[in-house]
Design a protein around this ligand. Structure first.
Ligand code: COA
Length: 405
């Protein structure tokens, strides 16, 4: 076959080959049982890209067709980029760059104003215009040191079956998203992957997935991985998601996962920066907090985002956005207030000059403009403009995406 090193969409009847490339390039299990669930997901609300070289898959990238919540609760179509990989022998030849360009062009052409991703290596995606929209906190709690200030009845928490979780958890997650901007919705297929599908190759030596809930109010998913200390409990709870819609359910779920018999610690990596957990316990240092993987966002249509989100106070700003890839390059004037907003191309002198990857940090209230100014990640042309923008874009809750995709 002719060798071609251009990205192309994967035909529907070749998704198993795509899925096999994904697990291979991530150095994960290549057994049929590990690969087939990915191929099934790719068949639904998903756009799969690959690069073929003599009929060999040498690069892959996928996009969930989903949405992202904005401050105020609106949701905008979003290309959630995932399953990115390039064969070991084909790296640093521009294949990722070519796939990313193709996938972002397609997103723009389909009217998706945003792309989002989690990065396995954080240095990669700034060059494609992605910036940190939601910072996250990781915890490694030490069981014997975690004491809850005001314990609730942990018997609120009960175990549930995957089919039942699949039926009722999406609505709980959806209610949480009304309060949280920067939250990417799992597609129906992604819910199946996170709750129902659990092949042995995905467990990395841990148990099957455990599903617990406070019915109608919150849920948590975790695995337990045994340790080998030999002198007492040494297992680790690997908590992949905990979502609650009220404080009592949240406290009950945290008490449950932080105090499981035979475990020594709980690890989780995707918590919001304004999480309740540090305030629920007597010793926040027992939580072993560190930086978790952030949500990266790429802006493809700035006016659409700025007019869809809400504002608690009135104000205006003229931004010079620098976007070398051209999607939102230019000068934009924002007039916003509690009754709505407009965002138009502008000719007036800008208040701020902002690289496109920094715009993503600002839109959801995730990182203050004043902090970015201090880090020289944006330029202030009018003194005080960064602080003014912070007041205009302020949100109640920190942005948060509760599970990786
Ligand atoms: C990460 C990966 C997809 C990059 O693919 P690639 O085809 O080698 O990337 P490209 O050649 O298109 O490089 C594009 C740019 O990203 C940079 N880059 C690529 N991988 C990088 C890395 N791991 N760290 C820092 N920069 C990286 C390149 O230097 C290049 O920069 P430049 O355009 O400024 O010169 C590939 O190394 C891979 O498959 N890694 C293992 C799986 C993985 O980590 N996937 C990412 C999941 S988020």
């Amino acid at each position: 076959m002719t060798s071609t090193l251009h990205p192309a969409r994967v035909p529907d009847d070749d998704l198993l080959r795509f899925a096999r490339a994904v697990t291979r390039h991530f150095y994960e299990g290549e057994e049929d049982a590990d690969v087939q669930p990915l191929a099934d997901v790719a068949a639904e609300d998903f756009r799969a890209w690959w690069v073929l070289d003599d009929d060999r898959v040498v690069a892959n990238l996928g996009v969930f067709e989903t949405d992202l919540s904005l401050p105020g609760g609106a949701r905008l179509p979003t290309a959630a980029v995932t399953t990115v990989g390039v064969a070991q022998t084909m790296r640093r030849r521009g294949l990722l760059r070519a796939m990313m360009r193709a996938c972002l062009d397609e997103a723009r052409d389909r009217g998706e104003p945003l792309a989002a991703l989690f990065a396995s290596e954080s240095e990669i995606y700034g060059r494609f215009g992605f910036g940190i929209a939601a910072r996250h906190v990781a915890y490694r709690t030490i069981r014997w040191r975690v004491r809850f200030r005001d314990p609730v009845d942990v018997r609120l928490v009960r175990e549930t079956m995957p089919e039942e979780a699949l039926r009722v958890w999406p609505a709980i997650h959806d209610r949480m998203r009304d309060q949280r901007s920067g939250s990417v919705a799992p597609t129906t297929a992604a819910w199946r992957l996170g709750v129902l599908v659990d092949p042995p190759g995905w467990r990395d030596g841990a148990t099957t997935r455990r599903l617990v809930e406070v019915p109608g109010r919150g849920y948590a998913r975790y695995r337990i991985k045994d340790g080998d200390a030999g002198d007492g409990p040494d297992a680790t709870v690997l908590l992949s998601e905990l979502v609650a819609t009220d404080p009592e359910a949240e406290a009950a779920l945290w008490q449950h996962v932080c105090d499981l018999d035979l475990t020594a610690r709980t690890r989780t990596w995707l918590r919001p920066v304004d999480d309740a957990l540090p305030h629920l316990v007597t010793d926040p240092l027992a939580l072993g907090a560190s930086t978790g993987p952030p949500l990266y966002v790429r802006v493809l249509d700035l006016p659409r985002i700025l007019t869809a989100r809400t504002y608690d106070r009135s104000g205006s700003a003229t931004l010079q956005v620098v976007d070398p890839d051209g999607y939102v390059d230019g000068r934009w004037s924002l007039e916003a207030g509690p009754d709505g907003a407009s965002c138009e191309p502008a000719t007036a002198e800008p208040d701020l000059v902002v690289p496109v990857e920094t715009v993503a940090c600002l839109l959801f209230g995730g990182v203050p403009a004043t902090a970015l100014l201090a880090a020289r990640r944006l330029e202030e042309r009018r003194p005080g403009a960064a602080a003014d923008l912070d007041r205009l874009l302020a949100t109640d809750r920190a942005p948060w995406t509760s599970a990786e995709f």
